[in-house]
Design a protein around this ligand. Structure first.
Ligand code: B1M
Length: 213
């Protein structure tokens, strides 16, 4: 197997045997984010397909998630640290009802490495908790992640609750079940501030940077 196939394979198999040496090899050819967005994400997509076909159970998907998390943790110190000055503050959360946090945590890493202070509220964050954090932390923007179809709907409700709480901070949304169309047509009309859709974590950084400029 090629290095790339092996890397995807660790995620699919949920196995860490040999993972770190292969990540070290991969760093000789690729940037950390290329490794994550390339072979590791391909592995995760395959896990999603197998899970959908009932060929994997939740416990096995969890093992795959562990491999992904270990890889991101190993690669993080090799990522570019763009600046040390603080460019702004972002409150970040996976929405109510959703436990998926690998994408959200990737957003945290990328924003932190690029000068943003991130307050990561974790998973299954109800709107009340988010609103409270906004009042406490006074962030420049809010980031919401969610991977389930129902999480997209939850973002609509969260935006409504934020509006009712008189918040109009820009909201960045992302996650597998979400689209730009859904964001523009269903979430944004429920809110007074900007709602921006990011297709991946890097795109999220670009949007946050554009907002700050
Ligand atoms: Co679940 N899961 N899962 N899962 N899981 C999906 C999402 C699913 C598509 C798999 C499938 O069936 N094919 C499916 C959703 C179906 C749907 O609603 N359409 C699904 C399901 C059904 C479930 C459960 C309901 C299963 C069950 O219990 N029967 C359950 C849900 C529990 C709950 O949330 N209440 C569940 C549980 C789990 C595990 C716990 C086992 C585990 C998560 C572990 C963890 O996160 N700590 C898990 C996993 C790993 C997946 C898949 C396989 C991989 C997700 C992942 O981590 N990808 C996933 C299938 C898939 O996506 N291919 C699946 C890697 C990660 C880097 O990508 O998070 O998409 P992602 O982030 C991307 C972009 O989306 C974007 O940037 C990142 C890339 O740079 N992004 C943002 C994300 N958030 C962003 C925020 C931003 C900007 C960009 O700004 C704020």
């Amino acid at each position: 197997l090629s290095l790339e196939e092996r890397l995807a394979g660790y995620v699919v198999e949920g196995s860490k045997d040999g993972l770190i040496p292969d990540l070290e090899k991969a760093l000789e050819k690729y940037q950390p984010l290329e490794i994550i967005n390339g072979p590791l994400m391909e592995g995760m997509d395959e896990v999603g397909r197998l899970f959908n076909d009932n060929q994997l159970i939740v416990a096995e998907v969890l093992q795959s998630a562990e491999v992904m998390k270990a890889s991101v943790a190993f690669l993080e110190p090799y990522m570019d640290q763009a600046s040390t000055e603080t460019k702004g503050k972002v409150v970040l959360a996976t929405v109510k009802g959703d436990v998926h946090d690998i994408g959200k945590n990737l957003v945290e890493i990328i924003l932190s490495n690029n000068g943003y202070q991130v307050v990561n509220l974790g998973i299954k964050v109800p709107p009340e908790q988010l609103i409270e954090a906004c009042r406490r932390e006074k962030p420049d923007m809010v980031g919401l992640s969610g991977l389930l179809v129902k999480s997209a709907q939850q973002m609509v409700l969260t935006a409504q609750d934020m509006k009712e709480a008189d918040l109009d901070l820009p909201i960045l949304v992302g996650g597998a079940a979400l689209t730009r169309k859904f964001t523009d047509q269903r979430i944004a009309p429920q809110y007074d501030g900007l709602v921006l859709y990011a297709k991946d974590a890097m795109n999220g950084l670009e949007l946050v940077n554009r907002l700050k400029d």
